[in-house]
Design a protein around this ligand. Sequence first.
Ligand SMILES: [Zn+2]
Length: 72
Amino acid sequence: MSLISSELKKILVCPLDKGTLEENTASKSLSCSVCGKMYPVKDSIPIMLPEQKGDSNAGNLKKSGGPNGRGR
Ligand SMILES: [Zn+2]
């Protein structure tokens, strides 16, 4: 018994590094084979959120990099 459909599994990759995801039926999650990050699966839907720790600031609008793009 798998956590998600094989169709879905085929197209899913780690949002961080595009690594392939391995199913962990024991922990009901997907783990990236590259970075090892785990993504919980809820009702057959993988929760693919890259990072969400220390996310206490509600107004997180300054994300779309300005003139001096520091991202990279
Ligand atoms: Zn990854």
